[in-house]
Each structure stands twice: as structure tokens, then as C-alpha cells.
Write a protein that binds this ligand. Structure first.
Ligand code: ADP
Ligand code: MG
Length: 139
């Protein structure tokens, strides 16, 4: 059975353009409840650990530089079938390919600066939430 929690981040570009409130409102209107939330400016080291699964990819350097370029909001969200429902709300990784009305379509600027993160599986949501809400200050 699908779990009921996912993990999200509002990325630095969406924070810088003043869309954090709009994005949180979209999440709440879509029925996601806030379980934990934190505003934090990641170091390059912390961003590198969070995205370690992508360390062999060509975009890893650009991604970790971007994700440590300014403050983000990290949050744990709750809703039935949260991971899949949330990925529907945010749309495809590339904002240019995201369905109209999705968060990334509305607020994403490019494939790297795509406004928000959403976990891709229940196990990932658990690990990513734990990273921000119990591990972050120790790495
Ligand atoms: P998603 O965030 O949709 O799960 P991935 O897990 O594949 O996507 O990638 C993590 C993040 O890395 C993306 O949200 C995006 O910011 C960045 N990214 C992914 N693919 C590319 C790419 N081809 N070029 C630049 N940045 C990318
Ligand atoms: Mg992913």
C-alpha cells in the first residue's frame, strides 16, 4: 500500500522570486497537510550529500551549486498516496514539459531551476525527510 507522506523543497529560484507563499498555498489547496517545515540555506557539502544519488550525472555540479545558492523551504507533507499525488501536482522535471497549472509549469525557470523538489518513492521520502529533520545539523 502506498504511504501517506512525502518530502518537498521550495528551491532557491522560487524563494528568490517571492513564490514560496503561492507554492505552499497550492500544496494546501491540493489537500497536503504540513507535518514539518524548515527554512534553511544549505551548504554545498549538505546539498552534495542530499543529491548523492546523482553524483555521477553531468548536472550534479550545477545542481548542488544552485541548491546551495540561497535559502530553501524543506517540508514533510501528508496526504493519501502522497508521493504520486505530489508528483502530479508539481509536474515533469523540465518545466517546459510540465502540464499547464502544475507548480513547475507555473514557477520553474529551467530544468535545474524547476521551483520544487518532490520525493520519487516512499522510501526516498522517509530518507529525505530524515535528512532535513534529524541529520542536517550533524553533516
Ligand atoms: P525530479 O526532481 O523530477 O525527481 P531528478 O531526480 O531526475 O528529477 O533530478 C533531480 C534534480 O536535478 C531535478 O529536479 C533538477 O533540478 C535537476 N536536473 C535533473 N535533470 C537535469 C538535467 N538534465 N539538467 C540539469 N538539471 C537537471
Ligand atoms: Mg528525483
Amino acid at each position: 500500500m502506498a504511504g501517506n507522506r512525502t518530502f518537498t523543497m521550495i528551491k532557491p529560484s522560487a524563494m528568490a522570486t517571492g513564490h514560496a507563499g503561492d507554492i505552499l498555498a497550492m500544496m494546501e489547496k491540493a489537500g497536503f497537510r504540513l507535518i514539518a517545515m524548515r527554512l534553511v540555506h544549505l551548504s554545498r557539502h549538505q546539498a552534495g550529500i542530499f543529491y548523492a544519488e546523482h553524483s555521477a550525472k553531468g548536472f550534479y555540479e550545477e545542481l548542488t551549486r544552485f541548491m546551495s545558492s540561497g535559502p530553501i523551504i524543506a517540508a514533510i507533507l501528508e496526504k493519501d498516496n502522497a508521493v504520486a499525488e505530489f508528483r502530479k501536482l508539481i509536474g515533469a522535471t523540465d518545466p517546459a514539459k510540465a502540464d499547464p497549472g502544475t507548480v513547475r509549469s507555473l514557477y520553474g525557470k529551467s530544468i535545474t531551476e524547476n521551483a520544487v523538489h518532490g520525493s520519487d518513492a516512499d522510501s526516498t521520502a522517509e530518507r529525505e525527510g530524515a535528512f532535513f529533520f534529524s541529520q542536517l545539523d550533524r553533516v
